[in-house]
Design a protein around this ligand. Structure first.
Ligand code: 5RP
Length: 236
């Protein structure tokens, strides 16, 4: 199975998982290529849910295109589940997220949900987090101060740049990537995150940090992971 097929089968497994929830509730929906497979698989069953809460503008667009109702998180008290992918997940369910830049809204919506259902293929499972550069969303004017603080933690820090959307002009991206919240993202390589809870709280305390893409407090509760032989369901 190729990567796309692995994403598709885990998206379908997540659809089957959430269809076991009592009907008429609101579901939290993540961002990324795996979350997209889930959205597409769930679309024919959208009537099962009273609505969705979305973790990014791109996810909102996709949900609306499929005819899902998208609600403002401020109008929703709690969610039975939040379904999203991850860039890395450790055996306890702690994750690195934010490869797609949606980490802040993802963390807010994850915090509203009773359970976090993480969907990924087995390449995302790691014994210790940190192989994937840790995304940290910041207030732009704090780039210098946050960079220095993250370097003190042992990371190599780089500012995420906007994707080249004009490949035809062969432009090199030089503008910062700007999040849905107007923030910038620092990607921190070279961290070996043996204690994710402690690292999350240390980075949260740096002035100028909006959100760190370490989901230790908001960890996964259920992992659906696809391999060449099918999808495994792991309770964490
Ligand atoms: C977006 C995320 C995604 O969940 C993460 O990057 C995984 O994406 P994909 O499913 O495309 O591999 O955190 O901010």
């Amino acid at each position: 199975m190729n990567q796309d097929q692995l994403k598709q089968i885990v998206g379908e497994a997540a659809r089957d998982e959430v269809l076991q929830l009592a009907p008429g509730q609101v579901l939290g929906i993540g961002t990324g290529s795996t979350a997209n497979c889930f959205i597409d698989a769930l679309a024919p069953h959208k009537a099962h849910f009273a609505g969705t809460v979305s973790s990014s503008n791109v996810t909102t667009e996709r949900l609306l295109k499929h005819g899902f109702k998208v609600l403002n998180p401020n109008d929703v008290a709690s969610l039975p589940a939040y379904v999203d992918g991850a860039d890395e997940i450790d055996p306890a369910g702690h994750m690195i997220k934010g490869g797609g830049g949606a980490l802040t809204r993802e963390k807010i919506i994850a915090s509203m949900a009773t359970k976090f259902i993480c969907i990924c293929d087995s390449s995302k499972q790691v014994p210790i987090l940190g192989g994937f550069a840790l995304p940290v969303e910041i207030i732009p004017l704090a780039q210098g101060v946050v960079t220095r603080a993250l370097q003190k933690l042992g990371g190599q820090v780089s500012l995420r740049l906007a994707k080249n959307t004009r490949a035809d002009l062969n432009q090199t991206p030089s503008e910062p990537f700007v999040t849905d919240n107007g923030g910038w993202i620092l990607d921190v390589a070279g961290l070996r995150i043996a204690d994710p809870i402690n690292m999350e709280s240390q980075i949260n305390q740096i002035a100028g940090v909006i959100t760190v893409g370490l989901f230790a407090k908001e960890k996964a509760n259920i992992l659906l992971v696809s391999t060449a032989t099918g999808v495994e369901r792991i309770i964490l």
